[in-house]
Design a protein around this ligand. Structure first.
Ligand code: ADP
Ligand code: MG
Length: 624
């Protein structure tokens, strides 16, 4: 609740709406105890007094009644009627929607067609018809406005319920033997309530307007009772001669509807869990950069990551996901980036092209140089020209990166046409060629397949084809084989290796599996808690790991035919990124750690093999 309020007030406009509406509601509630003239007391001697007259702050109307008093009593009534109508419409509409959406089939069809019929009438005509049948009066106007708005709620809630009714947790509840009523009340309803609240908060203003409209036409509140609509209606005759009589209720309606709508938008945003984590801001097109000054270049090469630091700033907490990573990539080289889950591999990879979501991500130091050009803080247009064109990504789960409604051929062609002005036919031909390159059998026909028609291994091949579409120099593959079984994994790795050799691709291969690194990578960098702890040629590191962490990671890999060796898990857990220990982050889990390890910064030392450890496992000569 406090979180909700905090989020709500972080949105300035919503806070403003809340304050204005709050003030109006307080006034309306206090109206009976305020020292006001009686709202219906006429005084024809003092007709049309101007505002700020003696005894009448807002003046008087055509019967000499005090406008301030009528305004407050009228506001009270209009708010009450609008709110009541919204509640009635929401409850009835939601009930219809939930039942229709949950029951499905004929019940759904019959009720929703009925609702559609209601919706087919222009709403004001329908409201007029209802009032005509029931007779004029505020109560009947309320009923009319509520009825007219039921279809809106019913349709919305039905849509949400339909998508919920077959979700796994509802199926699970059904399988566990719960009855329909229990499922509706405990499983479906709690998920629908936020939608109802949101729909209500955005429509109350509308309903107040509709009620005012009916009163304006003389079909709502009856004289002498004041509500905002009838006040406007009565003032119509004197619009020119005594404009204040219409301006006063008009401004009040404006204030109420505006404040409710601003507040409603704020409520919607604050209740939306997707917007919650990043507060109310949506991710920006490129990661925010907040760094002192780029470090001087330390050499050349295709890609150099130099002292890269990426933080996640969430309120007062700062998590340093990447804490000073140096990594170089030569043309045609394959570098493995390995480490436990959460060690910062993906964030490092995403930082290269400014793809870390901001907020909360911020690149707070270092540089990423592509052929000498610093990409950190490069203009968005420049990054966009490079993304997918010079540097392409392959992600773990291709199904979540492929659009479900387009064929893979169309998606490949689109990726090509983003960066190259080629005709549709040429792009398609190239797409088929790419599918062929990644060894998809019968590529021409497969190009017409949708992502769900392919197996996991096929989809990952499509992901690779997508990355190859613009002939990039660098492919960053983030655990591309983790979701695949071992035989398919072997095929995909072979494919990547072949492509690398035939096209001269440089690859950054992220994985948590030393077996994969051994097959594919020339060099490997081991990451722990956002920093590289050891780096060097794959074979040398596999043969004689220097950092205790590397040694333990290698000991975790089972070997086929390796006998009954005991696999050693690493005790303990990686540290939280917002509470990194001083000194070596691995020290708490390390059996070789001594006091010196916990004291201060430990450098990554060495030439071809570098290690960040005071007491390496392998003898220092081998390690350096
Ligand atoms: P991995 O090595 O498994 O790829 P990541 O690079 O994804 O790990 O994550 C590194 C750290 O950054 C983790 O501690 C994770 O909790 C944190 N992190 C990643 N993405 C976000 C985010 N969007 N917001 C906050 N923290 C994040
Ligand atoms: Mg990852």
């Amino acid at each position: 609740m406090t979180l909700f309020l905090r989020l709500l007030f972080r949105n300035r406009l919503a806070g403003f709406g809340a304050v204005v509406l709050g003030a109006i509601v307080v006034l309306a509630v206090l109206t009976p105890v305020l020292p006001l003239h009686p709202p219906n007391a006429t005084d024809t001697a003092n007709r049309f007094l101007r505002p700020l007259s003696e005894g009448h702050w807002l003046g008087t109307d055509h019967l000499g009644r005090d406008l301030l008093s009528r305004l407050l009593w009228g506001t009270r009534l209009s708010l009450a009627v609008g709110f009541a109508a919204a509640v009635i419409a929401a409850v009835l509409g939601a009930a219809i929607g939930i039942v229709a959406g949950y029951a499905g089939g004929r019940t759904d069809n019959v009720t929703m067609r009925g609702v559609d019929m209601l919706m087919a009438f222009p709403y004001i005509l329908l409201a007029l018809a209802i009032v005509a049948v029931l007779g004029p009066g505020l109560m009947n106007a309320l009923i009319a406005v509520a009825v007219v708005n039921i279809p809106f709620f019913a349709r919305n809630i039905r849509g949400v319920t339909v998508s919920l009714a077959h979700r796994e947790f509802v199926d699970a509840a059904r399988l566990s033997g719960l009855g329909h009523i229990r499922i509706l009340t405990t499983e479906v309803l709690p998920n629908v309530v936020p939608v109802i609240v949101i729909a209500m908060s955005t429509t109350i203003g509308w309903m107040i307007l509709e009620t005012a409209g009916l009163s304006f036409l003389g079909l709502g509140s009856q004289p002498p009772q004041a509500d905002l609509g009838s006040m406007l209606g009565e003032a119509r005759g004197a619009l020119i001669t005594a404009p204040h009589t219409s301006v006063v209720p008009g401004v009040m309606i404006l204030l109420i509807v505006m404040s409710i709508n601003l507040l409603g938008d704020g409520v919607r945003d604050a209740l939306d869990p997707r917007l919650r984590s990043g507060a109310l801001a949506r991710p920006m097109p490129a990661t925010l950069v907040d760094r002192p000054a780029p470090p001087p270049p330390t050499g050349d090469g295709l890609l150099r990551i130099e002292g890269l630091r990426t933080d996640f700033r969430m309120g007062k907490r700062t998590g340093r996901a990447v804490g000073g990573v140096d990594l170089a990539l030569a043309p045609g080289e394959c570098v493995g980036l390995i480490g436990e889950s959460g060690s910062g591999k993906s964030v490092t990879a995403l930082s290269v092209m400014g793809l870390v979501p901001s907020p909360p991500g911020v690149i707070s130091g270092g540089a990423v140089r592509l052929r000498g050009e610093d990409l950190v803080g490069a203009p968005y247009a420049r990054l966009r020209a490079l993304r997918g064109n010079k540097v392409a990504y392959i992600f773990q789960d291709p199904l979540s990166t492929l659009h479900p409604l387009y064929t893979i051929g169309e998606q490949l062609a689109e990726a090509i046409r983003v960066h190259h002005p080629v005709s549709r036919a040429d792009a398609h031909a190239r797409a088929v060629q790419l599918l062929d390159d990644v060894r998809i059998p019968n590529a021409a026909r497969r190009a017409g397949a949708f992502p769900h028609e392919l197996s996991g291994g096929m989809r990952q091949r499509v992901g690779i084809a997508m990355a190859l579409a613009n002939d990039p120099d660098i492919i960053i593959a983030d655990e591309p084989t983790t979701a695949l079984d071992v035989t398919v994994q072997a095929q995909v790795l072979r494919l990547l290796d072949d492509l690398r050799r035939s096209r001269g691709l440089a690859i950054v291969f992220i994985t948590h599996d030393f077996g994969v690194v051994a097959q594919l990578c020339d060099r490997v960098a081991v990451m722990y808690a956002g920093r590289i702890v050891e780096e060097g040629p794959t074979e040398a590191i596999l043969a004689a790991p220097a950092h205790p962490y590397t040694a333990r990671l290698i000991a975790c890999v089972p070997e086929l035919g390796g006998g009954r060796r005991r696999l050693e898990a690493i005790p303990g857990l990686p540290p939280a990124v917002d509470a990194l220990p001083p000194g070596c982050a691995f020290a708490p889990r390390c059996d070789r750690a001594r006091d010196a390890c916990r004291a201060g910064e430990i450098a990554l030392e060495g030439a071809t093999r570098r290690v960040r450890c005071l007491f390496p496992v392998a003898p220092p000569e081998a390690a350096r």
